[in-house]
Design a protein around this ligand. Structure first.
Ligand code: AR6
Length: 173
């Protein structure tokens, strides 16, 4: 059974097999966690991303991590929140599922996710977090290579939400 954990801090510091980037569909960098990852990885990451040629919402692409402690980055594109009736939950779940399945195909055993879409893309935090934990738990059933998934939070309040969700998840098994 894979371990799910929450961490509060900067995702670029984590030594896991892959960190996930909350990118935009150009894959050419931006603000928030995307900007932090590109700054920490160095310009080689942007060059590799540019060669990929973009990524649709809900899908995921793998690159190297360059100067990051994590040897790989999985770039996924979350939905922009437009009120919740424009397919946002389906697209957000696809981000988590496709990132995990990509990691599984490449034999990556440990992964860290940021709280995708909950910054600039304005997805409300609590439902995004609940969807993230449920989707990861469900997808891991078919991902035996993955032993550990970290939900990387960037504020104490966000971290508390995940701690509550993960305690409930642990109690339910
Ligand atoms: N480590 C971990 N989490 C972080 C970090 C960090 N260093 N920095 C920010 N966060 P956002 P989105 C958290 O806006 O909503 C970019 O410009 C942040 O507190 O980075 O998916 C892209 O290029 C929030 O909880 O991503 C896209 O254009 C979470 O990361 C757009 O933003 C996600 O916030 C994507 O928007």
């Amino acid at each position: 059974m894979a371990i799910l954990k929450a961490f509060c801090g900067d995702i670029t510091r984590l030594s896991v097999d892959a960190i996930v980037n909350a990118a935009n569909s150009s894959l050419l960098g931006g603000g928030g966690v995307d900007g932090a990852i590109h700054r920490a990885a160095g310009p080689e990451l942007l060059a590799e991303c540019a060669a990929i040629g973009g990524c649709p919402t809900g899908e995921a692409r793998l690159t190297r991590g360059y100067r990051l402690p994590a040897p790989h980055v999985i770039h996924t594109v979350g939905p922009v929140w437009h009120g919740g009736t424009h397919g946002e939950p389906v697209a957000l779940a696809a981000c988590y599922r496709n990132s995990l399945q990509l990691a599984q195909r490449h034999g990556l055993a440990s992964l860290a996710f940021p709280c995708i879409s909950t910054g600039v893309y304005a997805y409300p935090f609590a439902p995004a977090a609940a969807l993230a934990v449920a989707t990861v738990r469900q997808t891991l059933v078919d991902c035996p290579a993955i032993g550990e998934v970290t939900f990387c939070c960037f504020s104490a309040g966000d971290f508390e939400v995940y701690q509550r969700l993960l305690a409930a998840d642990a109690e339910s098994r």
